[in-house]
Design a protein around this ligand. Structure first.
Ligand code: PMP
Length: 288
């Protein structure tokens, strides 16, 4: 049984209830985080909390907890759910009031804070020899211009991901003004002539925590890398394509819109970087 946190109380996830007037429900007026937990330890917690702080500030919602408060809540959530490897979900909305109104509710309206965990599926990087890689498609990026806010307003992402799934692909890679930005729920990397390239941070992408760690690991281990725009041509002629996220880590893409990427199997640079990522993760888990 999963124990969830909702506005100061702990309860079985299936018993947790919010008001239909909650602005998260009515307007998707809220933000969220997904934090991987390895061996009972929240991974890159400071980075996730910094992004949560950024998202809250950008939607002008004062944080209901300070850094120590979030850290304690997350530790208790992990402990109450038995630790291990988990995907931890955290959501904050602008709360519920007595009527539906687009404008912000009266000062003093309590934000809704919800947190839960779910089991973490093994990531491809954990089994590099048997990972087949995934198919991806490209789609026009139909989202708004503030994709750097981790908003719960995910309808465009959902529709694009579903289009990928209905075509037998695992991810949609998004194109805007001739450039590939990111995936519907992931950041994008390509490898061209041995250099690892990812889109620069901007309001058009979510600044992924996994993305940042991959760049850090590349720099630390002397792997050439760059943050630069990825043209559609560069994407289509890349030697390797990866999509990255906290829960899936680094996923090699072996076909794009039905065309083979590289040699049609996970590439050597993916293998190297996935190995570094797994080693980093395991070292951290061992130090718990
Ligand atoms: N971009 C989008 C649109 C996402 O939804 C996600 C993850 N949910 C990411 C990038 C990857 O971010 P992170 O590595 O922090 O999980």
């Amino acid at each position: 049984m999963t124990l969830a946190y909702l506005n100061g109380t702990w309860q079985p996830l299936e018993d947790a209830r919010i008001s239909p007037l909650d602005r998260g429900f009515l307007f998707a007026d809220g933000v969220y985080e997904v934090i991987p937990v390895y061996a009972g330890k929240a991974f890159r917690l400071a980075e996730h909390l910094a992004r949560l702080r950024f998202s809250l500030a950008e939607i002008q919602l004062p944080s209901p907890l300070d850094e120590a408060g979030w850290t304690a809540l997350i530790a208790e959530l992990i402990e109450r759910n038995g630790g291990g490897n988990l995907s931890l979900y955290l959501q904050v909305t602008r709360g519920a009031t007595s009527k539906r109104d687009h404008a912000f509710p009266p000062a003093g309206t309590e934000p809704t804070v919800f947190a839960m965990v779910s089991p973490m599926a093994p990531a491809p990087a954990d089994a590099p020899d048997t990972t087949p890689g995934v198919a991806a498609i490209t789609l026009p990026d139909c989202r708004w211009l503030r994709c750097d806010i981790k908003s719960v307003s995910l309808l465009p992402n959902i529709l694009m991901r579903q289009q990928a799934v209905s075509q037998g692909a695992a991810e949609a890679i998004l194109l805007r003004d001739g450039e590939a930005t990111e995936g519907s729920a992931s950041n994008l990397f390509i490898v061209t002539a041995g250099t690892v390239i990812t889109s620069p941070k901007s309001p058009l992408i979510l600044g992924g925590i996994t993305r940042d760690l991959i760049l850090e690991l590349c720099r630390e281990h002397g792997i050439a890398c760059a943050e630069q725009p990825i043209s559609e041509d560069a994407l289509r002629s890349a030697d390797e394509i990866w999509v990255t996220s906290s829960t899936r880590e680094i996923v090699p893409v072996i076909s794009l819109d039905g065309a083979t990427v590289g040699e049609g199997r996970p590439g050597p640079v993916w293998r190297q970087v996935a190995g570094l990522y797994t080693a980093f993760k395991r070292a951290l888990a061992d130090n718990v």
